[in-house]
Ligand binder design. Structure first.
Ligand SMILES: NC(=O)C1=CN([C@@H]2O[C@H](COP(=O)(O)OP(=O)(O)OC[C@H]3O[C@@H](n4cnc5c(N)ncnc54)[C@H](OP(=O)(O)O)[C@@H]3O)[C@@H](O)[C@H]2O)C=CC1
Ligand SMILES: Cc1cn([C@H]2C[C@H](O)[C@@H](COP(=O)(O)OP(=O)(O)O[C@H]3O[C@@H](C)C(=O)[C@@H](O)[C@H]3O)O2)c(=O)[nH]c1=O
Length: 291
């Protein structure tokens, strides 16, 4: 399988690049502002950029679109930038996929739901409550409408290995390792199914291998709120010094509204792949603290 990954300098994309390469695929992944050893330049907002990798010439079987603006609060206060980086970038890559006659994978989120009745299965009605979420929904619907046999993987609270270590779990680990005192004000009422980017890449690979299409919810074996997630990570650093203040979402006053009961029921995937084992925060932390 020949695969092009946009956003392979980021968390999900870099794990896909590594896993698909290990599985023997011919893979090219792109960066935009953060160059890495194993990525090429591609700007999804400027398909005519002279330095862009030539996707048409590579002629991938699949384009995996991981490029996006993932800072939910920034999206709320910068809706035009959010539209460009999530919707327009997808419009542009859909055009490239059509020109190459390739399949496409889009990575979406549990934020397409309002959080009133989660965790959610694939057939639950969507109701996005933030700018980021509305744009993610628009992009996933566009891909499903325009590309035959497209795959949409909805994920949430992704953690795992990444060069910049910017995900929630990695940031807590970094501060603990650097013996910094942590001050954490976290919502106790925002629930999700945190997933390791490596498991997302593994799940995506089997779905692509088996030519699956449509929407799949990919979670893990965890269903945690943010306080529980942080404490789970901190428990692996017995000497960590921290102030953890559990707060309600109402008191947090985050610029973007958040779904409260978010996260996924991943029954569809588990039913089709009963032998696929997902990790969780504990298995990831055990592997990191044994390194
Ligand atoms: N992280 C999470 O918890 C969740 C993520 N998702 C979705 O998963 C996808 C991947 O997220 P994640 O890996 O965490 O995100 P990251 O922020 O880690 O990575 C985003 C990637 O997008 C690239 N990018 C940004 N702008 C452009 C552009 N104009 N052209 C090409 N590439 C660009 C970045 O490149 P560079 O850094 O080089 O500029 C980076 O590689 C996103 O669609 C996100 O919405 C969904 C739910 C949860
Ligand atoms: C990504 C990012 C977050 N933050 C802040 C915002 C937030 O209060 C806190 C936690 O950030 P999180 O990334 O966990 O964002 P958060 O909005 O809490 O979580 C969501 O992420 C998006 C991408 C999703 O699609 C959701 O499914 C969910 O995982 O860190 C930054 O300051 N800078 C950043 O670049």
């Amino acid at each position: 399988m020949k695969i092009f990954i946009s956003g392979a300098s980021g968390l999900v994309g870099s794990n896909c690049l590594k896993h698909f390469t290990e599985m023997g695929c011919e893979v090219v992944g792109s960066y935009f502002s953060f160059q890495t050893d194993d990525t090429v330049f591609y700007d999804t907002l400027n398909p005519e950029h002279p330095y862009n990798f030539n996707i048409e010439e590579f002629a991938p079987d699949v384009i995996v679109h991981c490029g996006a603006l993932t800072h939910v609060d920034h999206c709320e206060t910068h809706p035009e930038e959010s539209y460009d980086k999530t919707v327009q970038s997808t419009i542009n890559l859909v055009a490239v996929a059509k020109a190459c006659n390739s399949r496409m994978v889009y990575i979406s989120t549990d934020y397409v739901f309002d959080g009133a009745t989660g965790p959610y299965s694939e057939d639950a009605p969507v109701n996005p409550i933030s700018v980021y979420a509305r744009h993610k929904l628009e992009a996933e619907q566009l891909v499903l409408r325009e590309i035959k046999d497209a795959l949409v993987l909805r994920v949430t609270n992704v953690y795992g290995d990444e060069l910049r270590g910017k995900n929630f779990v990695a940031r807590i680990m970094d501060q603990c390792r650097n013996k910094q005192k942590l001050t954490l004000k976290l919502p106790y009422d925002q629930y999700a199914s945190p997933a390791n980017a490596w498991d997302i890449a593994r799940a995506m690979y089997v779905l692509l291998r088996d030519a699956k299409s449509g929407i799949y919810h990919i979670g893990s074996t965890d269903y945690l709120n943010r306080v529980e997630l942080a404490l789970r990570v901190l428990s692996y650093f017995p000497d960590a010094e921290y102030d953890l203040v559990p707060m309600s979402t109402a008191d947090m006053k985050q610029p973007a509204p958040r779904p409260l009961l978010g996260g996924f029921v991943k029954m569809k995937f588990s039913n089709e792949y009963p032998e696929f084992l997902f990790g969780n925060v504990d298995s990831y932390m055990r592997s990191k603290t044994l390194e």
